[in-house]
Every structure is written in structure tokens, then in C-alpha cells.
Design a protein around this ligand. Structure first.
Ligand code: HEC
Length: 140
């Protein structure tokens, strides 16, 4: 008679538990600020924790509408949101510089361009600052 070796059964049980571990509902991850490296793929606001400060909630909306198109993917040489390595030297310039570069536009040493107000000239200074602050809060 064919019988499974106990080790095989153990291995199968382990594999199963490993699987269910990997398939944990994403809600647990969604409620945490990303740790470690940048999030994979296109990062949309729904993959990031909801901020509590009203200023950052506004920033989240502005960011989703205008900035996500480039900064969600690191498109066109832009620093990707959650990419702490790409953001650290930029954050080191100080928030005033980041705000000003977002308002007026900025061409980096590689010749890649951050367009004035992210290309959306209808946005107020306050909205731009909020979007920068939201992006930085998720990238440090
Ligand atoms: C068309 C693509 C595009 C859009 C849309 C865009 N950005 Fe950028 N952004 C870039 C690129 C490219 C860079 C990097 C420029 C460089 O350093 O070479 C950048 C850099 C930045 C920086 C860093 C500047 C620095 O001094 O290092 C900030 C802050 C920023 N963007 C904010 C925003 C905000 C806020 C929005 C939305 C309102 C936005 N961006 C929309 C392409 C974009």
C-alpha cells in the first residue's frame, strides 16, 4: 500500500502555511507607511496610508490629480514616491527649495525636467506645497 512519508506531509503543511502567510490581506500593509525599498510598480494614493493632517489630505488629492502621473512611477527621471534613496538628497536641500522647485519648475543635472506646478497652472501655491509635503511624508 502506498503511504505518504510523514516528512512529505510536513512539507506540504509548511508550504500551505507559507502560502497563506504570503496571501495575508493587504489591508495590514496599506495602513502602514512603506518600509524598506520603494513600492513596486505604479504607486497610486490608494496604496499609501491615509494621512490624518488636513493639509496632507489636501496634498494627497492634488498629488493624485497631477503629480502621480510622473512621480507614481518615477516617470521621465522623476524621483518616485516611496523611493527614500532618490528622495534623501533632495529632502536634504530643505523644504523651501523643494517647494520653490515645484512652483517654478526645475531642471536637474541630468537634464530631466520638473515642469512648473507639475504642468497644472490652475493649482495654487498652497496646493503645490501640500502636494510636495504629502510626497515627502511618504518618501522619508
Ligand atoms: C511630467 C512629469 C512630472 C509631473 C506631472 C510632476 N513632476 Fe515633479 N519632477 C519631475 C521630474 C522629472 C523631476 C526631477 C527633476 C530632476 O531633478 O532632474 C521632478 C522633481 C520634483 C521635485 C524635486 C525637486 C528637487 O529640487 O529635487 C519635487 C518637489 C516635485 N517634483 C514635485 C512635484 C509636484 C508637487 C507635482 C504635482 C503638482 C509634480 N512634481 C509633478 C517630473 C514631474
Amino acid at each position: 500500500m502506498f503511504r505518504f512519508h510523514p516528512c512529505l506531509i510536513m512539507a506540504a503543511a509548511l508550504a500551505l502555511s507559507a502560502c497563506s502567510e504570503a496571501q495575508k490581506p493587504e489591508t495590514e500593509q496599506e495602513n502602514k507607511a512603506p518600509e524598506g525599498g520603494p513600492l513596486e510598480g505604479y504607486v497610486t494614493v490608494d496604496r499609501l496610508p491615509m494621512p490624518s493632517a488636513p493639509h496632507l489630505v489636501e496634498g494627497r488629492t492634488v498629488w493624485a490629480g497631477t503629480c502621480q502621473a510622473c512621480h507614481g512611477l518615477g516617470e521621465a527621471g522623476s524621483p518616485k514616491i516611496t523611493d527614500k534613496g532618490a528622495w534623501a538628497p533632495r529632502i536634504a536641500q530643505g523644504m523651501d527649495t523643494l517647494h520653490e522647485h515645484a512652483l517654478k519648475g526645475f531642471i536637474g543635472p541630468e537634464g530631466t525636467m520638473m515642469p512648473e506646478r507639475g504642468g497644472n497652472l490652475d493649482l495654487s501655491d498652497k496646493q503645490i506645497f501640500a502636494a510636495v509635503d504629502y510626497m515627502v511624508a511618504n518618501s522619508r
